[in-house]
Design a protein around this ligand. Structure first.
Ligand SMILES: [Zn+2]
Length: 140
């Protein structure tokens, strides 16, 4: 490779890394603000329960608790999606124990389970019967 091409490629890689860092910072900020919203809702739920207790009418808090809990479930799903994007940007994989590791990792750094065996389990788990049927057809 010519020197000028090597320099160009190096600059392109650096630009990609910078872009990735910017994107990760944005995603982290969104996760942070969603977690704040989640915590604020939990505080409101706690206040609602306490006020209802004080008025000796716990069921009166239920509508607010339900609304805020549903909101929090949606927020949690959004946080998971954002964290998944961050892992993809960092090129990480997640073990079923919850630990993150680089895509190149063969074993989970926390529980030691091989990532390859987990992918097989995850891929074959949803439709084992369908896969068996296909195998039989293929054999004929
Ligand atoms: Zn693990």
């Amino acid at each position: 490779m010519r020197m000028i091409d090597m320099i160009k490629q190096g600059a392109a890689v650096a630009a990609d890394k910078a872009q990735q860092a910017v994107e990760l910072t944005k995603l982290a900020a969104r996760v942070h603000s969603k977690k704040k919203h989640l915590e604020a809702n939990l505080t409101k739920i706690g206040e609602a329960v306490y006020r209802a207790y004080q008025s000796r009418n716990l069921p009166s808090a239920e509508p607010l608790i339900s609304r805020l809990s549903k909101e929090n479930e949606a927020i949690e799903a959004e946080i998971q999606a954002l964290e998944e994007k961050m892992r993809q940007l960092r090129q990480q994989q997640v073990c079923r124990c919850g630990a993150s590791a680089p895509l190149t990792a063969v074993y989970c750094p926390r529980c030691g389970v091989p990532f390859a065996s987990q992918r097989i389990i995850v891929e074959s788990a949803p439709r084992p019967a369908a896969i068996d049927e296909r195998d039989k057809e293929g054999g004929l």
